[in-house]
Structure formats: structure tokens, C-alpha cells
Design a protein. Structure first.
Length: 677
């Protein structure tokens, strides 16, 4: 008997070649194959009498005898043609297959088959085109069909491993499925009315009817959500048991810092600051996400918190995804901190500034290199946290010398839908800055067809003449032979031609650090009127004088990413504008960009992105692969809450999961804690 850990080479029919291909797909064990779930199901249970077949474009399944057939090559195109006649008690119909030479030896005249395919009409009448087929009997006994006459699973195909091959392989595992132990506690299955694991897996691959398929989806979809919740709730409980050095709230110092600012904090900023201060004063490590729309004022709160920590002899680290952003933060934060006697240092791959014994370090991944040392690190702040991996956060956290855990605050301008707040960020407390400063005007946004680009160019020229600046964004650095999207290098030349009197700069990821710095400095100081760039400017770049954002190839971005790019303008009291122009013009693209243009609420856009494109549109596909739910509904907050309640009930009983070792094995703690370490 095969076990879940058995190698796939133990399955009859899997030789070295197929095993190698399955290995490339990440399928190495019986368990891997069992959880290679169908992407869709086709209901082929209805058998249509031949007399009732119609050429309506849909698939039909018949049970009929092959009364005659022949196979030959056509003289001109040298195509292998297999023709025959199918008959049942209601009538007969011609059938044809193209370029399937093996049928010449496998078809048997007089044999009864299940056949599924589309019916077409030609000059002579109806004909069944290239149907799939399988015999109704084996060795004279009725056989259960695998590819027709039932609800058939449709699997993701790759490397020549077809749906039919997956069906055949998984069919051989049915005895193994029926012997699988269920990792879910009985009380949970009973409370949430879930079927057994073996029934669910058999039902998802080979459902007897639609009701059984739904029961299987309910169970396995619940499991997907539950495993995520067990991971995030385990992390949350672990942090509650850990200890941290408290950072006391110093109201007088905060008042002094605020008095230096040329503006007042919004109510949202004040509320978020107070929530974080309460966390830091506790003896438990803070694990909080500070979420604020682009331009809402997260950076000043970070400066306040790092000043508080420094005045209590603690060090802080602010880690950001790009060198450009690290330098921007350093040059904007360091002067304010210096007024309160706090030394600040910059550490990136290309730049080193400030003393080694500084109280505040700002940098990129260079902060976690082994050569970096902290004396008393107690506050870790990561900007746009989903851009950093697990190991990077562990390295930064492990630089503590006293065995305590530093306080962790994550910043994001990406609005987090409620469903993701319950799942991906279920282990973090969340503070939200809901509004931008009061002097900001709504950004006027238009979705334009490519032949209406002059509308954007006219506005750009007008803003440049008024002394303002412009961003032009493209999805690619250079022209691609495979993609029709615009490239930054080509657009740079195009913009120079259209605006001959403007000073135009080019910024993309392949420039050296010095080149990027020079370009951004020129743009920030007003030496450049227009900056053509890729999404390297997506995060955090602050140019208050920029009032126009033109996004080319806009269909290649998710709505959350478009919103991030739009947030590079509208960062002052000046009226700002955003134009999105797609390369392709399908109805779906037009509708999506139209929704973006009329929606300024980042939360609504994130919800739309989640529904239309999944979590990859919000976090990037590389960072969200572990969240690639096959059956669970991302937007079903009720189902997510049920799974959260179940996870807490299990952990209340046994936080170590020693009673449920099979369940513990299935939890991917490393992936889910990517944002909290």
C-alpha cells in the first residue's frame, strides 16, 4: 500500500521520464499528487442520444458503437485522418479525428465507447469532431468511465503532462486516499459540519455528483483558510510570550517635536501614534502594521518613535526597499532628529554616512549584513514590508544581544482589504491613517485611449510652463520583442522629441546607484521638468512640485500598483493630474481602468484588485505564492472568521499541536511570518 510520503516512482505507469517532469512541477510524493487539485470540472454526466445532437458549439457526450472506421493520409496535406460511423438505438453520426495515428491500432469496430466532443455541421450534415473516447467495458464487464460520462476534473497542464495523464495517475491512488488519516480534529469537523479528508479528496478529484463536489470544496477550502490561521495565530501567541524592552511614552518630548513641524498632525495620525505608543510601553514586543494611503504622513510618526527610542538609549533601524528611498528618508529625517541630539546613519550597498554608534540607522538590506552591528537595537521599522523575505527579517531581529525581541513596526501604503487583514496580517495589530493632510486636493484622473494621448501632453505642457514637474511611467526598461508595452528608453526619446524645450531625465533599475542619485537629485531640485521612469519610483518618492503622472502600458499594472504610482503626485496643495493609457484596448481593460480613474479610495481599489486578480496584484506574485488558494474565497470574510475561530480553539487546547502532528506538518510558518520577522 502506498503512503502519502511514497515516491511517485512507486505508482504504476510513472517511469523516470514522467517522474522527472512531475518533479519539475514540484510533484514528488503521493501527497503532492493528491493535492494537485483540478482547476475546473466539466459535467459530462448527461448522455445525449445521437438523434438529439446539435451543432451548438457545446460539448456533448454519447454512448455509441463504432460500426465502421478507416484511417488514411490525405494526399495533399499528408494529414492522418481517422473516420468512422457511430450508432446508438436512436441513429448514427459520422466521426472524425485528425493526426491521431495511434487510433488506427486502438480502435475496434463494433466496440461501444463513451465519446465527448463538439458537433459541427458540414455540407453532408452533422459530424462529431475529434472527440475523446474510452470503452464502456473492460474484459466484457461494465467499467466506470474516467474521461467521459461523469463529472471530470480538468488539471493544470505543463511539460506534456496532460489532464488525461493526471486523471489516470490519481485514479490509481483511490485506495491510498481511502486510507488517509484525517489531520483535522473530530470536534472541529463536527462543529463546522465538514466531511472527512478521504471523502473530500476523492470527491474533489472524482465527484459522483455536483453535491459531493461542493462538499469536497467546502472541506478543502476550509482547510486552506485554517492552515493560514493556525500559522498567523501561532506567531501572535508566540510574540505574546516573548519579552521586549519597553519604550516609555514621553509626552513633553513629543510636544517639542510637533512644535518643530510646519503643520499639525491629522486626527488619524494622532490616533495611530497613540496606539503604537501604548504598544511600545508594554513589556511585550510590538508587532504592528501602520497602514496609510500614499501621502498620509507615516514618515513623521516614524521619526517621532525613533527619537523616543534614542532618548532612552535604544537603537532603531528603518529598512526600506530601495537605495533611492533610503537616501530620501535619511536626508528628510536626519535634520529633524539632529535638533534633538539624535545621531542618524545611512547604510546602503553604495552609501555609508553617519557614525557606527548612531542611534538611528536607515538603509536597505545592507542593514542585515554580517558586518553591521547594533549595541542596543530595540525598534525595527520596515517600509513596504511585503518586499522583504523571511530570512532578511530574521537576520535583523537576531542582531539583539540581550535575548529580547525588538519591537517591530511595518509600514505600508498598500491598502489592506479586510479579508487580507484577517489572513495575511492576522498576527499583526493594525493602525490606519485614513486621510491625507487637509490641504491636499483630489487627484484628477483620466483613462485615455492611445489616440487621445494629446490630452495628457497638453496638460503636461501647461504644468511645466507653470513651473511644475511631470512623471512618465512605463512598464519596461527597454523594448521587448515579446511584449507590445512601451519601454522607458524608447519613451525617454519620444518625450524629448515631443517636449524639445523641456529637460527630461531617465530612471530605471539598471542604472548604478550614483546615476540614480544624480537623476533624483536633479528632479528634486527642479533641474529636470520631466522624469521618465519604470516602477522604481513606485514606493515613497516625495516630490511635492510634481503635478502630473502619465502611466503608459497601464493595463500591465494592478489597480493597487496604479494607485501607488498615482500617489507620487498630489503631495502638496497643488492640483494634480493622473493619466492612464493602455497599450491594448479590450473591454475588460477599458472597464478596469475606468474604475481606477473614478475611484480615489485605495481600500476600494485593493478590494477590486483582490476580486479580479488575487493577492498577487496587491503583494506581487513572488511574495504571495504561498497564499495561492485553490478553493477558498479570498473575499469571504465570514468563512475566514470561521477558520480563525477554529484555529484559536485548536491552539487553546494545544498550542504546540503535539496532539495533532499531521496538522502541524501542514502549516507553513516560514511563509506566513514573512511580514512579521
Amino acid at each position: 500500500m502506498l503512503s502519502p510520503t511514497s515516491s511517485l516512482t512507486k505508482i504504476p505507469g510513472i517511469g523516470p521520464a514522467i517522474a522527472q517532469k512531475l518533479g519539475f512541477l514540484g510533484l514528488e510524493t503521493v501527497s503532492d499528487l493528491l493535492y494537485h487539485l483540478p482547476r475546473a470540472w466539466e459535467d459530462l454526466t448527461h448522455l445525449t442520444p445521437i438523434a438529439e445532437l446539435q451543432a451548438d458549439g457545446s460539448k456533448s457526450t454519447v454512448r455509441a458503437h463504432l460500426t465502421t472506421f478507416s484511417a488514411f493520409r490525405t494526399p495533399r496535406r499528408r494529414m492522418m485522418l481517422t473516420q468512422g460511423i457511430l450508432s446508438d438505438e436512436t441513429g448514427s453520426i459520422p466521426v472524425v479525428w485528425f493526426n491521431q495515428p495511434y487510433l488506427k491500432t486502438t480502435l475496434k469496430k463494433g466496440t461501444e465507447y463513451y465519446l465527448t466532443g463538439k458537433v459541427e455541421r458540414n455540407a453532408k450534415g452533422l459530424i462529431l469532431m475529434s472527440p475523446s473516447l474510452e470503452p464502456t467495458q473492460t474484459a466484457g464487464e461494465e467499467r466506470t468511465p474516467l474521461h467521459s460520462g461523469r463529472i471530470v476534473p480538468v488539471y493544470p497542464e505543463s511539460l506534456g503532462i496532460t489532464t488525461k495523464i493526471f486523471r489516470r495517475l490519481i485514479k490509481t491512488l483511490l485506495p491510498t486516499i481511502r486510507q488517509l488519516p484525517d489531520y483535522l480534529p473530530t470536534i472541529i469537523r463536527q462543529q463546522y459540519q465538514l466531511t472527512d479528508l478521504s471523502i473530500a479528496l476523492e470527491g474533489i478529484h472524482f465527484p459522483a455528483n455536483l453535491e459531493i463536489l461542493q462538499i469536497a470544496k467546502d472541506r478543502l477550502g476550509f482547510d486552506e483558510l485554517l492552515l493560514t490561521q493556525l500559522a498567523v495565530q501561532s506567531v501572535k501567541r508566540f510574540l505574546k510570550q516573548a519579552s521586549a524592552e519597553p519604550i516609555a511614552t514621553d509626552i513633553e518630548l513629543i510636544k517639542q517635536i510637533l512644535a518643530k513641524l510646519p503643520y499639525q498632525l491629522t486626527n488619524g495620525q494622532k490616533r495611530a501614534l497613540w496606539e503604537i505608543l501604548q504598544d511600545l510601553a508594554d513589556g511585550k514586543p510590538t508587532n504592528r502594521l501602520l497602514q496609510g494611503d500614499v501621502g498620509s504622513g507615516k514618515t513623521i510618526l516614524v521619526a517621532i518613535l525613533m527619537t523616543l527610542a534614542a532618548k532612552q538609549n535604544f537603537q532603531s533601524a528603518l529598512m526600506v526597499p530601495t537605495e533611492v528611498l533610503a537616501r530620501q528618508h535619511y536626508f528628510s529625517i536626519a535634520p529633524l532628529l539632529k535638533e534633538f541630539g539624535v545621531n542618524c546613519a545611512l547604510r546602503t550597498q553604495a552609501y555609508q554616512a553617519g557614525p557606527d554608534n548612531a542611534s538611528v540607522f536607515i538603509g536597505t538590506h545592507a542593514l542585515i549584513q554580517t558586518s553591521m552591528h547594533f549595541n542596543n537595537l530595540n525598534l525595527v521599522i520596515v517600509d513596504e514590508q511585503h518586499r522583504f523575505g523571511v530570512k532578511q527579517r530574521e537576520a535583523l531581529k537576531n542582531k539583539m544581544n540581550n535575548g529580547t525581541t525588538p519591537h517591530f513596526i511595518s509600514l505600508t501604503a498598500t491598502p489592506i482589504p479586510r479579508s487580507l487583514a484577517l489572513t495575511v496580517f492576522g498576527d499583526l495589530d493594525i493602525s490606519v491613517i485614513p486621510h491625507k493632510p487637509l490641504n491636499r486636493k483630489p487627484i484628477i484622473t483620466q483613462a485615455l485611449e492611445s489616440n487621445h494621448r494629446q490630452v495628457a501632453y497638453k496638460r503636461m505642457l501647461n504644468e511645466i510652463e507653470n513651473g511644475h514637474q511631470v512623471f512618465v511611467i512605463t512598464p519596461l526598461i527597454e523594448i521587448s520583442t515579446k511584449l507590445s508595452a512601451k519601454s522607458a528608453e524608447a519613451e525617454y526619446k519620444n518625450i524629448q522629441r515631443i517636449f524639445p524645450h523641456a529637460k527630461v531625465g531617465l530612471l530605471h533599475g539598471r542604472l548604478t546607484s550614483d546615476q540614480k542619485t544624480d537623476v533624483m537629485t536633479d528632479f528634486k531640485t527642479g533641474k529636470l521638468n520631466i522624469l521618465v521612469a519604470t516602477t522604481v519610483i513606485e514606493v515613497g518618492i516625495d516630490i511635492p512640485n510634481a503635478t502630473v503622472m502619465l502611466i503608459e502600458g497601464a493595463e500591465r499594472f494592478g489597480m493597487s500598483q496604479l494607485h501607488q504610482l498615482r500617489g507620487r503626485v498630489g503631495r502638496s496643495e497643488l492640483q494634480s493630474y493622473c493619466f492612464v493609457i493602455p497599450t491594448d484596448h479590450t473591454p475588460e481593460i477599458t472597464e478596469r481602468l475606468g474604475l481606477f480613474a473614478k475611484t480615489l479610495d485605495g481600500f476600494k481599489l485593493a478590494e477590486l484588485d483582490l476580486q479580479l486578480r488575487g493577492p498577487g496584484a496587491i503583494f506581487g506574485h513572488a511574495q504571495s505564492g504561498f497564499l495561492n488558494y485553490r478553493l477558498a474565497n479570498w473575499t469571504d470574510t465570514r468563512a475566514i472568521k470561521r477558520a480563525q475561530d477554529a484555529a484559536n480553539a485548536i491552539l487553546d487546547e494545544d498550542i504546540t499541536l503535539e496532539k495533532y502532528p499531521e496538522l502541524a506538518k501542514r502549516i507553513n510558518l516560514e511563509a506566513i511570518t514573512a511580514h512579521s520577522e
